[in-house]
Write a protein that binds this ligand. Structure first.
Ligand code: 5AD
Ligand code: SF4
Length: 453
C-alpha cells in the first residue's frame, strides 16, 4: 500500500515554501499527500521558533494529533512523527527527550535528507536526525505539483540571515545568509510562467541584501562568485526575463533597502505595488538596543522614497512591543511612527525572549500586562489607519488574480490585489488563475469587497 504523508506548517512564508519542498522530496520517494493526519503514515510538523508561543505549539500539536486519531487507525501501521523547521534546528536532539513520539528531526537545511533519514528508521534505528548548518547549503528544487497555491509560486532567493538583530533567533536557526544565483532564479521564474503561474513571490529573510554577502550558496549552480548582482538588478532581470505578470517580494530590511529598488519598481509594470518593510520600533533608543542598524530618520527616508514613487505602493510592516527597557516614551514614539507612515497592514508582536539571542539576557523586562496593553493600543490605532487606507480604494478599479472561493461565502470568489490585499467579489465567469479588474465597493477591516467590471 502506498504510504501517505501529512505536513502541517507553522510560521512564515519561508516555512510554507519549505513544506512544499518537503512534499516534493516525499513524493519523489513514492509517498502520497494526505490532508488528514489520521490517514498519514508520516506526520511532519514544520515549526516556527520566532516567538515563544509558536515554539511551544509543537509539542501540544503532536499530542493533539495523537489524541484525535483513533488508535486502531494507525496502530497497525507504524506512524512516524517528524519535526522540521526552526524548532528542529534550535532544539535538535532535545526534541526526542521532550516528546518520545518524534522519530525524525530535520533542521532548516536538511529537507533533502528526508530519504536517508527515513531509510535509517526503516532499517530499525529508533531515531534519525540531521541538523547540520552549512554556509554552502544547496537550494532544493521543487516540482510545480507540490506548490500550495495553484497560480502563485514562491521562489527562494536568499536563505539565512547575517543581521543578528538582538531579539531574533533566525540567524541561529537558518544559518548564514546565502543567495541563489541570478540565473537559477530567473530560470525558475520562467519555468513557472510556462507552467501557468501568474504571480511569484521572491522570498528571503532579508531580500534586499541579495548578493551582498558574496556567498552564492548552492554548489554547482550557474552563478559563481564574481557575478553577484544587487537586489534591484535581480528584480529587473526577473521582471524582464521571466514573463511572469505579477512579481512580489518579501521581506525587506530598512538598512539594505536602496532607492534604486523603488526606481526599478517604477520601471517595470509587472513589479507589484507592495513593500513589506518592518520598522520594529519607532524609538531610536530601542532600535539601537535591537541592533537594527538604522535610526527612525533613516527608516522615514526609505518610506519617503517609496511614497514618492510614480506607482501607488502599499507599505506593510512589523512592530515589536515590550522590548526590554521600552518606556512609555519609547512606545509613544512607536505610536507616532505608525501614525506617520500609515501602514496598509501591520503585524504586531509582543516581545518574547528567544534562546541564544543577546536580548534574552537584557534584564529590565516589561511586564506581560504592559505588553498586552501596548499591543492593544497599537492594534486599535492600526485598525483605524487600516480602514482609512482601505477606504481610499473604494470606487477604484483594481487588478485581481482570481484564486478561489471566498472563505465566508460560497457565492463569492476571492483573490489578491497587486498590493497584496484580499478582495472578495460575487462569482463570475472568470476562471481560477485569471487576472481581472474589480471595482472596489466596500472596505472591510482586513479585506475589500467589489464587483467585477
Ligand atoms: N519576540 C517578538 N517578536 C519577534 N519577532 C522576531 N523575533 C521576535 C521576538 N523575539 C517578530 C519581528 C519579525 C517578525 C517576523 O517576528 O517583528 O519581523
Ligand atoms: Fe531576524 Fe533581523 Fe535577520 Fe530579520 S533581519 S531575520 S529580524 S536577524
Amino acid at each position: 500500500m502506498t504510504r501517505k504523508f501529512y505536513i502541517e506548517t507553522h510560521g512564515c512564508q519561508m516555512n510554507v515554501h519549505d513544506s512544499e519542498k518537503a512534499a516534493s522530496v516525499l513524493q519523489g520517494l513514492g509517498y502520497e499527500p494526505s490532508t488528514e493526519p489520521s490517514a498519514a503514515d508520516l506526520v511532519v510538523l514544520n515549526t516556527c521558533m520566532v516567538r515563544e508561543k509558536a515554539a511551544r505549539k509543537v509539542y501540544s500539536r503532536i499530542n493533539e494529533i495523537k489524541r484525535r486519531t483513533p488508535d486502531a487507525a494507525h496502530q497497525k501501521r507504524d506512524r512516524l512523527f517528524a519535526v522540521m523547521g526552526c524548532v528542529a534546528q534550535a532544539e535538535a536532539a532535545r526534541i526526542f527527550d521532550k516528546c518520545s513520539d518524534v522519530r525524525l528531526v530535520l533542521g532548516t537545511q536538511s529537507i533533502g535528507s528526508f530519504p536517508s533519514l527515513l531509510e535509517q528508521v526503516d532499517q530499525g534505528f529508533p531515531r534519525a536526525i540531521d541538523v547540520r548548518l552549512s554556509k554552502h547549503a544547496d537550494f532544493l528544487d521543487i516540482s510545480p505539483a507540490e506548490r500550495t497555491r495553484p497560480h502563485v509560486a514562491f521562489i527562494t532567493i536568499t536563505e539565512g540571515c547575517n543581521k543578528f538583530c538582538s531579539f531574533c533567533i533566525v540567524p541561529f536557526t537558518r544559518g548564514r545568509e546565502r543567495s541563489r544565483s541570478p540565473q537559477t532564479i530567473v530560470d525558475e521564474a520562467r519555468g513557472l510562467c510556462q507552467a501557468g503561474y501568474r504571480e511569484v513571490h521572491l522570498l528571503g529573510q532579508n531580500v534586499n541584501s541579495y548578493g551582498l554577502s558574496g556567498n552564492y550558496g548552492a554548489r554547482g549552480e550557474a552563478g559563481q562568485r564574481g557575478d553577484e548582482i544587487t537586489f534591484a538588478e535581480l528584480l529587473a532581470r526577473v521582471a524582464t526575463e521571466s514573463g511572469i505578470e505579477r512579481i512580489k517580494y518579501t521581506t525587506s530590511y530598512p538598512r539594505d533597502f536602496t532607492r534604486d529598488i523603488v526606481k526599478v519598481m517604477d520601471e517595470h509594470p509587472n513589479l507589484c505595488e507592495w513593500v513589506h518593510l518592518p520598522a520594529q520600533s519607532g524609538s531610536d533608543r530601542i532600535l539601537r538596543a535591537m541592533r537594527r542598524g538604522y535610526s527612525r530618520k533613516d527608516y522615514n527616508e526609505r518610506i519617503d522614497w517609496i511614497k514618492s514613487a510614480k506607482k501607488d505602493i502599499s507599505i506593510t510592516g512589523d512592530i515589536i512591543v515590550g522590548f526590554p527597557g521600552e518606556t512609555e516614551d519609547d512606545f509613544n514614539e512607536t505610536l507616532s511612527l505608525v501614525a506617520e507612515v500609515g501602514y496598509d497592514s501591520l503585524y504586531i508582536f509582543k516581545y518574547s525572549p528567544r534562546p541564544r539571542t543577546p536580548a534574552a539576557s537584557y534584564t529590565d523586562s516589561v511586564p506581560e500586562e504592559k505588553k498586552t496593553e501596548r499591543f492593544l493600543k497599537l492594534d486599535e490605532l492600526q485598525s483605524r489607519i487600516q480602514l482609512e487606507r482601505y477606504a481610499r480604494l473604494v470606487g477604484r478599479d483594481v487588478e485581481v488574480l482570481v484564486e478561489g472561493l471566498s472563505i465566508r461565502s460560497d457565492n463569492d470568489h476571492m483573490g489578491h490585489t497587486r498590493c497584496n490585499k484580499v478582495i472578495n467579489f460575487p462569482k463570475c465567469d472568470s476562471k481560477m488563475g485569471d487576472i481581472i479588474r474589480v471595482k472596489v465597493e466596500e472596505a472591510r477591516p482586513h479585506s475589500l469587497y467589489g464587483r467585477v467590471v
